[in-house]
Design a protein around this ligand. Structure first.
Ligand code: BGC
Length: 393
């Protein structure tokens, strides 16, 4: 009996001990989870006045930070004015071209960092037909319409609101483009959501609805230079583009209509290669773009969001991966930069000191029936997503 008692108490002691241990470990699990989530989930959203437009509109700047990278976005043009990411040693530096003041963005911006709409890239002869009606757009690029016209979405002040949810946080920008603006039909209500994720991904979600049948093709026009040294050309960046085909263009950079194989051409980026390798090749298409200024027909178009391109800068170890659900990407290597614009912090932007990977539908789609449609009907929702993911290696 005595022995049993001892055994019973011993059992009770061990059982209680185990119970309390399991409670503790649960709790400490909770705590460490909480701790982890605090460590992993750093959320910074800061708003400040950036400037005022000549017509008296206030422009705000939002800074989003996750503890590892930061991005500044202004409500004028939804422009990403600065994007600060670590290199392989952990030095956080700005890797996007831009200016130091609002007045420079307003005066003469080659679309640095900007949201582009209603139509990314060119529409031939600034005209298209929809249901038998001819729409005349503003011709702002020779005979063609480029990036939405003389006052595209890059030159309007957007309304911003902050948001935060379980996975991400950021800002939502909205703009109502009135029926007839720059020649386009339909009141178009546009929302662009910039989300910063904890894994150094900046996501851009584009949404729009219309009250009249119209065409839409939105994109983002950030010029990257992953070296963070804007005096250096981007020719040493290694780029890959997941595309077997690209769109050859005429002298005014309008697609000829043919989907050409990249095989055996300077346009083959299926295996990663330096931008500079063939950028000056003796090739008619290269000459027309003064380098790369073409739309690649992305593979796996039925896969939704997938990896479409990468850019790696060995010196800094910075890598950008672009993911998108779009069928095309305009790879533009800053060929028209000519050293006349003042760079952030001094110096100027010489030719090819930035590159853009503008995910979108193909240029001139409203006039080229064989291309994926860019038509938006009332009652339907335009929705497309692109993500820029930054890592080091
Ligand atoms: C176009 C270029 C243009 C550049 C800046 C790119 O998207 O393809 O031709 O010069 O934007 O305007």
């Amino acid at each position: 009996m005595k022995k049993l008692n001892i055994n019973f108490y011993a059992f009770l002691f061990i059982a209680l001990g185990l119970l309390s241990f399991s409670c503790k470990s649960d709790k400490s699990g909770d705590e460490s989870q909480e701790k982890d989530s605090v460590v992993m989930k750093t959320i910074k959203i800061e708003k400040k006045l950036y400037g005022t437009t000549p017509d008296g509109k206030t422009v705000d700047q939002y800074t989003l930070g996750n503890g590892s990278m930061e991005v500044d976005i202004i409500t004028y043009g939804g422009i990403i004015t600065s994007l600060r990411i670590p290199d392989k040693q952990g030095n956080v530096q700005d890797v996007v071209l831009g200016f130091d003041s609002l007045s420079e963005y307003i005066a003469n911006n080659p679309y640095f960092g900007a949201l582009i709409g209603r139509y990314g890239n060119r529409i031939a002869n600034a005209t298209f037909k929809l249901d038998g009606v001819d729409y005349k757009l503003v011709a702002n690029n020779g005979p063609n319409h480029l990036h939405g016209g003389t006052k595209g979405f890059d030159k309007v002040v957007w309304t911003a609101s902050e948001f935060e949810n379980e996975d991400a946080f950021g800002i939502k920008l909205t703009y109502l483009s009135a029926d007839g603006e720059e020649g386009y039909p339909g009141n178009l209500e546009v929302t662009v959501t910039y989300s910063l994720l904890q894994d150094n991904t900046l996501e851009v979600l584009y949404e729009a609805v219309t009250d009249k049948k119209t065409v839409v093709n939105l994109t983002q026009h950030t010029y990257f230079n992953l070296s963070a040294d804007f005096s250096k050309p981007i020719l040493d960046h290694e780029v890959s583009i997941n595309a077997d085909l690209y769109l050859p263009v005429d002298e005014t950079l309008i697609p000829l209509g043919e989907l050409a194989s990249v095989e055996g051409t300077p346009f083959d980026f299926r295996a990663s290669k330096k931008i500079g390798n063939e950028i000056d090749a003796d090739n008619e298409q290269i000459k027309r773009g003064l380098g790369y200024d073409h739309c690649w027909v992305l593979n796996e178009q039925d896969q939704g969001m997938r990896s479409v391109a990468t850019a790696y800068h060995a010196g800094s170890g910075r890598q950008l991966e672009v993911l998108s659900d779009e069928p095309g990407v305009q790879f533009y290597t800053g060929n028209f930069l000519d050293g006349t614009l003042t760079a952030k912090g001094g110096g100027t932007y010489a030719q090819r000191t930035g590159f853009c990977l503008e995910t979108q539908h193909y240029p001139d789609s409203p006039n080229q029936e064989q291309f994926p449609s860019v038509v938006l009907e009332p009652g339907d929702k335009y929705s497309t997503k692109t993500a820029f993911k930054f890592t080091t290696k």
